[in-house]
Design a binder for this molecule. Sequence first.
Ligand code: PHE
Length: 452
Amino acid sequence: MTENKKSIHGEWSSRFAFILAATGSAVGLGNIWKFPYIAGEYGGGAFVIVYLLCVAAIGLPIMIAEIMMGRRGRQSPINTMETLTAEAGADKKWSWLGWLGVIAGFLILSYYSVIAGWALDYVVKAFFGSFSSGDSAEINALFDDLIASPMTLVFWHTVFMAATMYVVQRGVSGGLEKAVRFLMPTLFVILVLLVGYAMTTDSFDKGLSFLFAPDFSRIDGNAVLTAMGHAFFTLSLGMGAIMVYGSYLPKNISIAKTSFFIAGADTLVALMAGIAIFPIVFANGLEPGTGPGLIFQTLPIAFGNMFGGWFFGIMFFVLLVFAALSSSISLIEPAVAWLVENRNISRMQACIWAGLATWGLGLTVAFSFNIWSDFKIVDKSIFDLLDYITANLMLPIGGFCIAVFAGWMMKPEHVLEELELPEQHVAIWSFLVKYIAPASVFIVFLHVIGII
Ligand code: PHE
């Protein structure tokens, strides 16, 4: 591999641009929508600790591995895996890993876009003052009405998919990079404000202790699997999103340092979302375990009651949409890059095909909340099933394989060449990807299927 080989799709303009894009991919609905509701469902504190452990011991080393592999391969995850497999002299089957990722990205985006559609609908609701009563029963009804309406969900899902494909179509620096420049910092400021509001409720302590005081009796195999799956999901790992972003990374940038920053920022945003939401849940006598509607049923109460709530409500949901957009583009980028590389079509055509397929599957997700809500496979709706298969199975399996490939298959001198770290640091990383990360994933799976 030559030192200065570049991706045909372009490159990030700077280290900062890469950090923004990768943080943009990591920070999304996973942090603000999903983390609070799954933490709520699994009883809070103990779940949060397992999730934090997974981020540190499994997520971070795998993130370093994924970026490193992407930068070395310089193509879509499928072709990158082929190149790296040949370079390492490993079994050809390893290149299937790229396919697993592309498929996972497609499946995730199909439901991600429907949820991002909810956020779009809430921008309009916020604008027309629908939260102004600040009354929790009224706000609950708004959410129930929304998900009961198939056409409204399909409409917003369509808008969101169109926006995603528009940005992706503009390419790496023109589309992806520009989109995230302003969004991330502003989102952070609004979250600080919401945490400030939560502090004024008299349930702030209760919210905090729910989130941080561990009660391990609530933790079973499924809780651990969900926490681990979420660590992959929230860091965008195990499916090639971070790998494909790594493939646009210029040579002279430290992979390890940037990974620490991305994982740190991602965790901070999730915790802040939790700190903002749970006090509101308890102050209004709501249940923390109500599922995917949680942020839509709680935060509007804050907006209805706080000073300037109309403005902050609009801003919050606008930013949530943008946070979702900077993640959704990375979910489909591996497929688009592969179509451009292998099917000899333009980026535009690739976007149309990939976008249409995802949109089509998303329709079934939108219907699973209403007209098809009785249709269940293994007791799960289409939405629940897609979420479970991707976050709890495909991403951990993908991550497991990435760790094993980086740790055991790649030639150590190639790893060193990419990582450019002091020897002890490489030794720590290598211990984590060789043993700790794969063993943890494996043990959790064995436990869930009841073997241990
Ligand atoms: N990390 C994103 C989020 O938390 C979701 C995502 C998963 C993006 C996998 C890319 C790949 O919302």
